[in-house]
Design a protein around this ligand. Structure first.
Ligand code: SAM
Length: 274
């Protein structure tokens, strides 16, 4: 590599809505000489900010060698590359293998985080994924399929925690998902939401329980690009009543604010972070 080599940016392209790009992601896409975007999950609108004359490639029909060849040849010519992934690149982004090659080749790279479909879906569902007293943990996972799960990470094992589960890459195995979950920490009445193509114009939201969700998904003919979120976090009843977080409680003292009760007696206190 010469001193004039370019740089690769691995960019979180968000779930599909271009307005969910970070300002940094947009700037990198606008200034890159070469833009390679995961066009199976990222719509062209997300990369339409590419400058005139930039080379723009969809990657869905390319293999890793072909993608890396595009990246490395551009960098060797001193160009900047934006490799735009869906959502946040750190979640099922297949970026490890790219980073290994970039490291081996001595290429400078930087990761720009993005809005994961998980968080865009929570927003569309108007859900807090951490529900006081019910779910203080979020597990992001997938159903075992062609990719084997490591020991202890089968859906059944994870379901035993009964917390909020965000399941990627599994919509075609809905019946199996339901079977695994109901055999462990959830019941047929557990709330579930499926969000299809969040942030796209044809986004769909399906709500139900583990008893009826598979039928509803089948009826809606959803077979790809959907997230399954399970647990109290997606129970619409949470909007009506339930425990509240300490953070903004008038009685709770923390680093930044003295609770009303502190004047008269002892009480729980925290660091003001939640
Ligand atoms: C290879 S993973 C990429 C996840 C991505 N890195 C993220 O943070 O959202 C692809 C899976 O993510 C989920 N996904 C990605 N984009 C989505 C969207 N716009 N709406 C719903 N699910 C989406 C689906 O479960 C899909 O099968």
């Amino acid at each position: 590599m010469t001193d004039t080599q370019g740089k690769v940016y691995i960019v979180g392209g968000g779930p599909g809505d271009p307005e969910l790009l970070t300002l940094k992601a947009k700037r990198v896409i606008e200034t890159a000489d070469v833009v390679i975007f995961a066009d199976s999950l990222v719509p062209p609108e997300v990369v339409e900010f590419a400058k005139e004359g930039a080379q723009v490639h969809g990657s869905k029909e390319l293999n890793l060698d072909e993608i890396m060849e595009l990246e490395l040849s551009a960098v060797r010519e001193g160009k900047t590359v934006a490799r735009v992934q869906s959502g946040d690149p750190s979640i099922y982004g297949a970026i490890l293998e790219q980073m290994r090659i970039l490291d081996q080749e001595g290429v400078e790279f930087e990761i720009i985080p993005g809005v994961s479909a998980a968080f865009a879906a929570a927003a569309v569902l108007k859900s807090e994924l951490t529900v006081p007293e019910k779910a203080q943990t979020i597990i992001m996972t997938r159903m075992e399929g062609r990719v084997a799960m490591p020991p202890g990470e089968k859906l059944k094992d994870l379901a035993a925690h009964g917390c909020t589960l965000v399941i990627f890459l599994s919509i075609t195995r809905m019946t199996q998902v339901v079977r695994e979950l109901t055999s462990s920490g959830y019941t047929e009445d557990s709330p579930v939401a499926v969000v299809y193509r969040v942030g796209w114009p044809d986004q769909k939201v399906i709500r139900g329980t583990l008893k009826d969700i598979a039928d509803k998904v089948r009826a809606a003919k959803i077979t790809l690009q959907a997230l399954i979120i399970v647990g109290d976090a997606v129970d619409p009843e949470q909007h009506v009543a339930g425990a509240v977080s300490h953070l903004y409680s008038s009685e709770y003292t923390h680093r930044y604010r003295r609770g009303q009760e502190a004047v008269t007696g002892t009480q729980a206190s925290g660091n003001g972070e939640g």
